[in-house]
Design a protein around this ligand. Structure first.
Ligand SMILES: [Zn+2]
Length: 256
């Protein structure tokens, strides 16, 4: 994988977003493999498809690409808020590539993959509607809050110019795929508990340490009066999927 863009492409476009799109898509087409199945390349859809930009001809998985200059940061500016929420709640989201690049050096800085089943409404921030003078007055956009996504759902492919080994990426993706939950409410709970577990620094932790998040979870889920059983249920799910080991006496070990 060569992280340099094709500089010759930049000449023909007047608008910056259009130029960035052409350059980054060209780079993806020439360099990116399918992180789901490991197939050597991904194909581009014809222009103006509403949801996805790329697909894998081997496993049919679909991908969307967003790019920005500079560093990763905490959030990604995306399209229409309500469209995004609808896509998430109806399971129509593709996997999501997020690419950052250096304008001056014309190369990729970071590339991460966010797996589709890690998208929950919680990670989508509603932006203020565009003002009355804007071309699309009243239009509401959104941000994707990357730091709210559990680390298991954010797979790094390139980090500060350093390229990860593709076998490692594919095996991480496969492992995280086992956490796929179709029901959006159950998925929300899984993401919540995964985030709590990730926030505990130690490898070995106790059930009481997870219960310490009860109040926080209760505020988030005011209608649920069984937070503790919910916590235990999700820990069990994580154990069944091989992310946790039960050590007995309310102790758990993270399996990395
Ligand atoms: Zn594939």
């Amino acid at each position: 994988m060569n992280i340099q863009f094709d500089g010759n492409l930049s000449e023909n476009y007047v608008s910056t977003p259009q130029r960035v799109r052409v350059i980054t898509e060209d780079w993806m087409r020439r360099n990116m493999y399918c992180p789901r199945c490991g197939f050597a390349r991904i194909e581009q859809f014809e222009n103006n498809r509403p949801v996805a930009d790329f697909f894998c001809s081997n496993c049919d998985n679909e991908y969307e690409l967003k790019s920005k200059s500079g560093n990763l940061g905490r959030k990604i500016t995306d399209g229409a808020y309500y469209t995004m929420i609808d896509r998430i709640t109806s399971n129509k989201n593709p996997d999501f590539f997020f690419l950052t690049y250096s304008k001056t050096e014309n190369k990729v800085n970071d590339l991460i993959l966010i797996l589709k089943h890690f998208f929950v409404p919680d990670i989508i921030e509603r932006r203020n509607p565009l003002g009355p003078d804007a071309g699309r007055a009243g239009w509401v956009g959104c941000n994707i809050l990357i730091d709210k996504i559990p680390e298991q759902g954010r797979i790094s492919i390139i980090s500060r110019g350093g390229v990860s080994d593709s076998d490692t990426v594919v095996s991480k993706v496969n492992r995280s795929s086992s956490l796929e939950v179709g029901n959006i409410n159950s998925r929300g709970w899984l993401m919540d508990i995964l985030n709590c577990v990730n926030r505990i620094q130690a490898q070995v932790f106790t059930l009481n340490e997870v219960y310490a998040f009860e109040e926080e979870l209760q505020i988030k889920h005011p209608d649920n009066n069984n937070i503790k059983p919910k916590i235990r249920q999700q820990l069990q799910f994580l154990r069944d999927k091989g992310f946790l080991e039960f050590l007995g006496s309310g102790r758990y070990r993270k399996i990395i």
